[in-house]
Design a protein around this ligand. Structure first.
Ligand code: M6R
Length: 603
């Protein structure tokens, strides 16, 4: 979603603002802009499309000043055009914003009564107009910003800059994260540590409801009630914010290739030579139920984990997408844990679902990639997935690391509940430990997949089929493909095929069958035969035991054998590579697909 940066520096800030916005590109955006104050004068430059357009504009129309704010906009209210691009300005006020001002229509009506007319379709402009209105009524910038904040409803991060104020930024956080960076006599504000990492490793995260007056001398922070608040300054590990392609053409390619290494790191963290290494307070023995909530790919990780918790631990497990769960208001047994899975830890719906569960369940648990995120901080317990920064909008290494952490939790649940024998536990531990090596072998299929992808790229529709825990992987494979190649794709449980989707099958519809040689293999093969009997073009992804069933298929991919039930962790890799190479064959923007954002901080 939108990225925010603010700098009170010693030097010209425009290049630094653009550089920081580049680091926020991964969040997804469709226009960008900066504003500076130079010798008291406020001015701005904005451009639609990629940041290079803003950089080009700045070459022809430079912007001087040592204080400034910048923004990448992911359109919510109003088209992605120049007028709607941030910073928004009204008189002496410029403001950038991430999130949604939910009551902006009411506020517009109030402004109209005061004779003030908006010029854009955005909710953000309302903030600039209100602040200006308060300044016109005699309030100083700080008072005007606070008065404005009191009127706003919704979830947002805001950053103000004012004409005549070379040494003031005002930041506010409600729902969307915002961090203050401390330099030597310079100060910064950013959406996340990644944006601030070129300039400082000293970060203070604003808490929910906080606002801050930032000058070069430091930041005064206030809580939602207007009381002075002390928020801890932390040092971030700059290596954890490194965003480089390291010789790969795309972040997604790098992140796919990194999986054996990051999964190995996570394994070393969560397994000891003796067994599972999870906090002792995580005790599944007396639980009646687990609830897992997430969005997108993280939801599919939960969907796979449901099979694991139920099979390995006999623990009833409910899963839901966060946007449904939060308004469904489901009853939750007190003897239950609620688990929230999120790469970013900032997904608005998942955060809202967590808040619904707080106080209702015995424990809320975050499975996140960003330990400083809102979801991590608001849960009773946070388990990092240790995937490292994921930049590609299509989630890859975060997915397999989420699966790994959930697999280890399911094993612990099986042990706590006496559902697994010592031999079974040992067998599952061995399977998990073998995964990085198997993943390395699976990655060698990349060239074969690239060739198949040239044919897949011609398709209008593609189906993915799987059974058992491979069914959610079929859903994930379809999501990955559609989000970066823009080819319509659906995932189905193989057994559902004849209940409708088989009507789609003809020579033009590739069907990708994800089928390790497990106890359900023969049933999946029967479904595959039904597809081939109708001239469907089947790509079978299986192992050396299953490959004998490939006769008559259009193509096959052979993966190493992996013991049940953890095959989805391995089979995720060819699914990701299929999406990646098909997108390459189609020439789409792999790392920043159209319309998508990396971190979805609005509902
Ligand atoms: O940061 P989160 O894991 O909470 O994000 C959830 C989804 O937005 C995310 O997984 C999305 O579906 C990805 N683009 C999938 O590749």
């Amino acid at each position: 979603m939108c990225g925010i940066i603010g700098v009170l520096g010693f030097h010209e800030v425009a290049p630094l603002l653009v550089e920081s916005l580049k680091r926020l590109e991964y969040r997804g955006y469709d226009s960008a802009g900066i504003a500076t104050v130079n010798e008291g004068r406020l001015d701005r430059r904005r451009a639609v499309g990629k940041l290079v357009n803003l950089s080009d504009l700045l070459v022809h129309e430079p912007l001087a000043g040592k204080a400034g704010i910048g923004h990448t906009r992911w359109a919510t209210h109003g088209a992605a055009n120049l007028g709607n691009a941030h910073p928004h300005r009204s008189g002496p006020v410029a403001v950038v914003h991430n999130g949604i001002i939910e009551n902006f229509r009411e506020l517009r009506a109030e402004l109209a009564e005061a004779g003030i007319t908006p010029e854009t379709q955005t909710d953000t402009e309302t903030v600039a107009l209100l602040t200006r209105m308060f300044i016109d009524r005699g309030l100083a910038p700080r008072e005007a910003a606070v008065a404005t904040l009191k009127k706003l409803e919704g979830a947002f991060a805001l950053l103000w800059l004012f004409e005549g104020e070379n040494d003031l930024l005002i930041a506010a956080r409600k729902g969307s994260p915002l961090a203050i960076g401390h330099g030597a006599g310079e100060m910064f504000v950013g959406s996340d540590a990644i944006a601030l990492s070129p300039v400082t490793d000293r970060i203070t995260y604003l808490a929910e409801g906080d606002y801050a007056f930032v000058t070069r001398a430091g930041a005064e922070i206030f809580d939602a009630e207007g009381r002075r608040a002390n928020r801890e300054e932390t040092r971030i590990d700059l290596s954890s914010t490194r965003v480089e392609k390291a010789g790969y053409k795309h972040f997604m390619a790098k992140e796919i290739a990194e999986q054996p290494v990051v999964l190995g790191d996570a394994l070393r963290h969560y397994l000891t030579p003796e067994g599972v290494n999870l906090p002792a307070e995580l005790d599944f023995s007396g639980l009646e139920r687990l609830t897992l909530v997430a969005c997108g790919t993280a939801f599919y990780a939960c969907s796979v984990a449901k099979y694991w918790f139920e099979q390995l631990a006999g623990l009833p497990c409910e899963i839901d997408v966060a946007s449904e769960f939060r308004y469904r208001e489901p009853p939750l047994p007190a003897k239950s844990y609620a688990i929230f899975v999120s790469q970013s830890g900032e997904t608005a719906d998942t955060l809202a679902a967590l808040r619904y569960c707080t106080e209702k369940v015995q424990k809320t648990i975050a499975v996140v990639n960003v330990p400083s995120s809102s979801i991590a901080r608001e849960c009773d317990l946070a388990l990092p997935i240790l995937a490292g920064v994921e930049v590609g909008v299509a989630s890859t290494k975060a997915f397999t690391c989420q699966l790994l952490v959930l697999a280890v939790m399911a094993l612990k649940a099986g042990i706590d509940r006496g559902h697994l024998s010592a031999d079974q536990v040992q067998g599952h531990l061995d399977t998990l430990r073998a995964l990085p090596g198997l993943m390395n072998a699976a990655l060698t299929t990349s060239n074969d997949i690239a060739k198949l992808a040239e044919r897949l790229a011609e398709a209008q529709d593609i189906l993915f089929l799987g059974r058992g825990p491979m069914f959610p992987l079929a859903l994930e494979g379809a999501l990955k493909l559609k989000e970066i190649s823009y080819i319509h794709a659906e995932g189905y449980a193989s057994g559902e095929l004849k209940h409708g989707p088989i009507a789609l099958i003809d020579r033009l519809v590739p069907v990708i069958v994800l089928a390790p040689h497990d106890r359900l293999f023969d049933k999946t093969v029967s479904n595959m035969q039904e597809v081939m009997a109708r001239h469907g073009k089947v790509l079978l992804i299986t192992d050396s035991k299953g490959i004998a069933a490939a006769e008559g298929t259009w193509a096959q991919l052979r993966l190493p054998e992996v013991a049940e039930p953890f095959a989805p962790i391995l089979y995720a890799l060819p699914a990701q590579l299929l999406a990646y190479h098909t997108a390459i064959a189609k020439g789409t923007d792999v790392d920043q697909p159209r319309n998508l954002a990396k971190s979805v901080t609005v509902e």
